[in-house]
Every structure is written in structure tokens, then in C-alpha cells.
Unconditional design. Structure first.
Length: 134
């Protein structure tokens, strides 16, 4: 109905939710990825400046995140539309903030990479072949 601290807090929470996928990646399905291994090394050695520079420079190469794709954005948009139809204002604000976060990530890709990162066109995680051992 009107701007309030409640809506600001919900929007802020919604805008941070997409970044949870990064933590989930680091702790589970991407824990052996070169990017994660390097971050863990820098973290354990307490090289905070190097860690922040590495993450700032390399985060666009982290393209195997499960929810960072246009299909998940479309799903969120559908949920937001349903929430609007059923007058679920909290869900509309929360989901809208998530969609805006993802849209900003896409714009950031165009500005930094000169085009759309391939992960946005993929459903779920990239399937990687396991190494052949004999």
C-alpha cells in the first residue's frame, strides 16, 4: 500500500537471496571446482585482499550456478504474477527483488563480458564428464 520499512526489508532480503546459490555451490556441488578451491586457499591463508580481488575479477567465470538462468527467472516471474493475482504483496515484493537482481546480473554480463554469459541459457547446472580412471 505504501512505502514502509517492512517492504524495504523484504525487498532487501529478496535481492540477496540469489547470492545464496553461490554459497550453496561452494559448499556442495561446486566444492571441487578450481574457482572454489582457489577461494578456499586464499581464505585459509587469510589473504583477504587477494581473496576480494580474486572474487571480484573471477566471479563472472563461475558459470555453473544452478539458479542463474533465464528459465529460473521465468519461473520466478510466473510466481510473482500468481502472487499479484492472489494479492500476496509480500511475495510480489520478494520475488520482484529477486528478478531485479538477476536482471542486473544479466546487464552486468553485457557490460563486463560484452555479451550474455552462457549459464543464462542453460537449465540447471552444466553436466561435466567425470574423468576416466583406469
Amino acid at each position: 500500500n505504501q512505502l514502509s520499512l517492512k517492504w524495504i526489508f523484504i525487498a532487501l532480503a529478496g535481492s540477496l537471496l540469489p547470492d545464496l546459490d553461490h554459497f550453496y555451490y561452494f559448499l556442495t556441488y561446486g566444492k571441487n571446482d578450481w574457482y572454489t578451491v582457489e577461494i578456499k586457499k586464499l581464505f585459509k591463508s587469510k589473504q583477504w585482499r587477494m581473496l576480494s580481488v580474486f572474487m571480484a575479477d573471477g566471479h563472472k567465470q563461475n558459470t555453473n550456478l544452478a539458479s542463474h538462468n533465464i528459465y529460473f527467472m521465468a519461473f520466478l516471474f510466473g510466481l510473482a504474477c500468481l502472487s499479484f493475482l492472489f494479492e500476496m504483496q509480500t511475495a510480489v515484493v520478494l520475488l520482484g527483488a529477486m528478478i531485479i537482481h538477476y536482471a542486473f546480473d544479466i546487464l552486468d554480463d553485457f557490460l563486463l563480458l560484452g555479451g550474455l554469459n552462457p549459464n543464462w541459457k542453460r537449465w540447471g547446472r552444466e553436466r561435466r564428464n567425470k574423468p576416466i580412471t583406469q
